[in-house]
Ligand binder design. Structure first.
Ligand code: SF4
Length: 368
């Protein structure tokens, strides 16, 4: 840490901070269904759903998911396609695949009983230090501090710590500090209080410091530099990608394929896709080798630009997506590697949200 506090100072700070935070939490906390339970399975699912989703948005998904997969064994027994279908719209599909794989690990390695120790929970697929700490502290009051973006922000401001939070050194230092501050007897309440405080009070932009129960001890507030914390060393780089989707129609049929590999949306279905290096219009697209090998033998094409270029922002990528509807005269051999699907069964396939929205519009038009 750039600021040098002794362990005694931190332990003393921890006592008052822990008490005030917990009192604040008991008065201001939101009533959320996963806070009422000690069931590690339910806590786990809620944590994974909420990792990139706001509470209001994630609530419906949580209820739907838990209704269909109420426990480890129902999730482990499901087919991956069905799990992805229930995840559709939440994004970050690798999380759903990991949940599914971890449920199977629990069935096989722990006889279906959710493991109780921190190292065993941490060993589950897709469970990192933050999630493992959140599960074991909420389910068993085990003294493991959670350290997420909210906690980084609160601690860096309270102690005016300028170690970058996105450095290995920063992560270790903040985790150590969070551990020193935690009252081990109150791990459950303390962790929940800390995260709620970061989410509702010590917010990224314009926190209401005058109404803050920790204001008299907050070094960033005292120096008028709240917005300077937390410090980051890297700005996230984003990559632009250009997707051209082909909703190919021959009678009632269209074609899909399943994405594989390490790219986005692995395991989900999509229309035949051509990705180009940069933005291209349809005339240019038609000249590409990829277009020729897909449609060269399809006879006369009736083409409609069904949804012109739309921007779709993911965490490290910006996708520019255009949908073309193409009615073909003959089914070319190039489509043999794709899955023919009848319009009325399209809804059974888990697809990325952008394709789901497109299909809803199109199926809506068919019914008009
Ligand atoms: S005084 Fe402001 S910056 Fe400090 S902990 Fe409270 S809300 Fe956060």
């Amino acid at each position: 840490m750039e600021n040098n506090f002794s362990e005694e100072e931190i332990a003393a700070a921890g006592k008052w901070m822990s008490r005030r935070l917990i009192d604040w939490y008991l008065e201001h906390k939101r009533d959320l269904p996963w806070r009422e339970t000690r069931d590690p399975y339910i806590i786990w699912i809620s944590e994974i759903i909420l990792q990139q989703t706001r509470v209001a948005q994630g609530m419906d998904y949580f209820h739907r998911f838990i209704r269909r997969f109420p426990d480890v064994s129902s999730l482990a027994a499901a087919a991956e396609d069905e799990v992805l279908k229930y995840w559709q719209g939440l994004g970050y599909y690798s999380r759903a695949r990991n949940l599914h794989a971890a449920a199977r690990m629990i069935e096989e390695q722990h006889n279906g009983r959710f493991p109780e120790s921190y190292p065993e929970v941490l060993a589950l697929k897709g469970v990192g230090e933050y999630t493992a700490a959140a599960i074991v502290s909420a389910a068993w009051n085990a003294p493991y501090p959670v350290v997420d973006g909210n906690v980084f922000r609160v601690l860096s401001r309270l102690f005016a710590l300028d170690t970058p939070i996105d450095s290995g050194k920063g992560k270790k230092a903040f985790t150590r500090l969070a551990g020193w501050l935690m009252d081990p007897a109150e791990a459950r309440l303390y962790n929940q209080a800390m995260m709620e405080f970061g989410a509702l009070q010590c917010t990224p932009k314009n926190p209401d410091c005058r109404q803050c129960v920790l204001a008299d001890k907050c070094l960033a507030y005292a120096s008028g530099e709240v917005q300077a914390y937390p410090v980051k060393q890297h700005k996230t780089k984003t990559r632009d990608r250009y997707f051209h989707y082909f909703h190919i129609l021959s009678g009632n049929r269209t074609w899909l394929h399943r994405r594989t590999g390490k790219d986005i949306w692995a395991g989900l279905y999509e229309f035949p896709l051509i990705e180009t290096e940069g933005p291209v219009d349809f005339a240019e697209l038609q000249k590409t080798e990829a277009f020729q090998s897909l449609f060269g033998a399809a006879g006369h094409l009736r083409i409609t630009v069904e949804q012109p270029k739309e921007k779709h922002i993911l965490s490290h990528q910006v996708l520019y997506i255009t949908f073309y509807r193409i009615e073909i005269e003959k089914v070319p051999e190039s489509l043999q590697t794709y899955l023919p699907v009848a319009a009325e069964t399209l809804e059974e396939y888990a697809v990325p949200r952008i394709i789901h929205i497109y299909l809803e519009k199109w199926l809506g038009k068919l019914e008009e």
